[in-house]
Design a protein around this ligand. Structure first.
Ligand code: PEP
Length: 234
């Protein structure tokens, strides 16, 4: 079971330090769950430093496929490795929708990160319109076609209509999508989309759910720790 917190563009170094010190304290006795926080790039180093020696990992929110070069605004896998970062999110729907990332790019980013020794949380999921048009399976099949099952790869199923909206997939929808994904790619599958302390237990108890990628509720240390606790009981 993995619980990863995607902080998006929140928390600079000072807030990251405060959060990590508190999280370390809150999770000191929590077992049987892997936990990762994903701060923005400038806050990664302080996270790595404070969480060193704990079981809490620090991951980035994206990674480029080249090792270095003229790619303004991008960060490479070896740079993340050098920082002591354990992995990266790839293909988040905000990257796809707001920054034009493509399936092909997601495939290249994932490949490069895995080759460099990083773990990857690759995000997939349909929009509301795609679900209404009954295209969910086609979309998932297309998004997954650029990926191959590997030890350090985890998929996050994040229906776009459930991200930051307060709308959570029903247990039936989540379970069905997770089973479909696992049928295509034999890797752990996290659920993402408005996971919070109140619904974590139910979602995490589903047989095909191997953890959660948490956005909004991961910004508050108490609510994130509470979700981690639910996972350790599942
Ligand atoms: C996310 O951004 O990955 C996410 C799941 O966000 P939220 O939990 O806020 O819906």
């Amino acid at each position: 079971m993995l619980i990863a917190g995607n902080w998006k563009m929140y928390k600079g170094q000072a807030e990251t330090a405060e959060f990590c010190i508190e999280l370390k304290r809150s999770l000191a006795d929590v077992e049987a769950v892997d936990v990762a926080v994903c701060p923005p790039f400038p806050s990664l180093a302080v996270g790595v430093q404070i969480l060193a020696g704990t079981d809490i990992a620090v991951a980035a929110q994206n990674v480029h496929w080249e090792e270095e070069g003229a790619f303004t605004g991008e960060v490479s896998a070896p740079m993340l490795r050098e920082l002591g970062v354990y992995g990266a999110i790839v293909g988040h729907s905000e990257r796809r929708q707001l920054f034009g990332e493509t399936d092909e790019g997601v495939g290249r980013r994932t490949r490069a990160a895995l080759d460099a020794g990083l773990s990857v949380i690759a995000c997939v999921g349909e929009t509301e319109e795609e679900r209404e048009r009954r295209e969910t399976e086609d979309v998932l099949r297309r998004q997954l076609s650029v990926l191959e099952a590997e030890d350090n790869l985890v998929i996050a199923y994040e229906p776009v209509w459930a991200i930051g909206t307060g709308k959570t997939a029903t247990p039936e929808i989540a379970e069905e999508a997770h089973e479909f994904i696992k049928g295509l790619l034999d890797v752990p599958v996290l659920y993402g989309g408005s996971v919070k302390p109140e619904n974590a237990e139910e979602l995490l108890s589903l047989p095909a759910v191997d953890g959660a990628l948490v956005g909004g509720a991961s910004l508050d240390v108490e609510s994130f720790a509470s979700i981690c606790l639910s996972a350790s009981r599942s």
